[in-house]
Ligand binder design. Structure first.
Ligand code: ADE
Length: 272
């Protein structure tokens, strides 16, 4: 089986990475069914990476329909140790404006219908999740973005990502509730990925690309797909630059990660 040290999951608007060289398309079969699409293996900054379009390359999967376990299992089976998740999000704070990038360090779970564990069926484990993203990997992502000095893009280091079920966007009451909790951004996909990556002992970090102000903002009224798409096209180019720079930095100096030994004290069921 082909191998890659770094995985990239591209969300809405990021369906491929133009800079990949020596590309190979790999269909991975997993005990949890097929991933969202074939994984695209390629060389970026001298390192083999595996790219997956989270919603499929033609955007055919709703957030609630995503095969999260198959996606993370496929990354693990290719040897992925670092997973970068590029994801479109709404902003819950005035200062995080459309086109900005946020590297969150916390999540709030508002999903209702997701399987976010590989455990069960006789094996009980509880991974530590107080720090749901790998701090060191998130630091590399943020430093990479900062080094690019992208015009019109402010980088926000840290912040809380609310993961909602969707597919409808939030009501104003919900959006204001999340604001009152101090949350920074909102999306529909990253929390199950972060949990499963941790169980798979893969370091995970999110590069969140702000597309809209959700519906709380007095000047923006409500979020529409048109608004999201327009900004997505603008920040997909920035996202690819940021990912390329991040991959270069990881391959030069792979960050240590507690995630790589996450199961050491997590499994309760005797396995011998
Ligand atoms: N993805 C992009 N914008 C979003 C929003 N406002 N709410 C949830 N997910 C989103």
């Amino acid at each position: 089986m082909a191998q890659a040290q770094i995985g990239i999951i591209g969300g809405s608007g990021l369906y491929k990475m133009d800079a990949l060289k020596d590309v190979e398309e790999v269909r991975v079969d997993t005990p949890f069914g097929s991933p969202s699409d074939a994984l695209i293996l390629g060389t970026l900054e001298g390192t083999r990476v595996a790219f997956l379009a989270r919603h499929g390359r033609n955007h055919t999967l709703l957030p609630s329909e995503l095969p999260f376990r198959a996606n993370i299992y496929a990354m693990k089976s290719l040897g992925v140790e670092y997973l970068i998740s590029a994801s479109a999000v709404g902003s819950l704070k005035e200062e995080a404006k459309p086109l900005d990038m946020v590297v969150p360090d916390q999540f709030i779970d508002r999903t209702k219908n997701r399987i976010s564990t590989f455990f069960g069926s006789g094996i009980v484990a509880h991974i530590a999740f107080g720090d749901p993203v790998c701090k060191n990997l998130a630091g590399v992502v943020a430093d990479a973005v900062a080094s690019l000095e992208l015009p019109d893009v402010t980088l926000h280091r840290g912040g809380t990502y609310v993961c909602m079920e969707g597919p409808a966007f939030s009501t104003k009451a919900e959006s204001n509730l999340y604001r009152s909790w101090g949350a920074t951004i909102i999306g529909m996909t990253n929390l199950p990925e972060a949990k499963l990556a941790r169980e798979a002992e893969i370091a995970y970090a999110t590069l969140a690309l702000v597309t809209d102000y959700d519906c709380w903002h007095p000047d923006h009224d409500s979020v529409t797909v048109e608004m999201v798409i327009a900004n997505l096209q603008r920040n997909a180019v920035n996202a690819q630059k940021a990912i390329q720079e991040t991959v270069g930095r990881i391959s030069q100096n792979p960050p240590a990660s507690d995630a790589h030994s996450a199961l050491k004290y997590a499994i309760l069921t005797p396995l011998d």
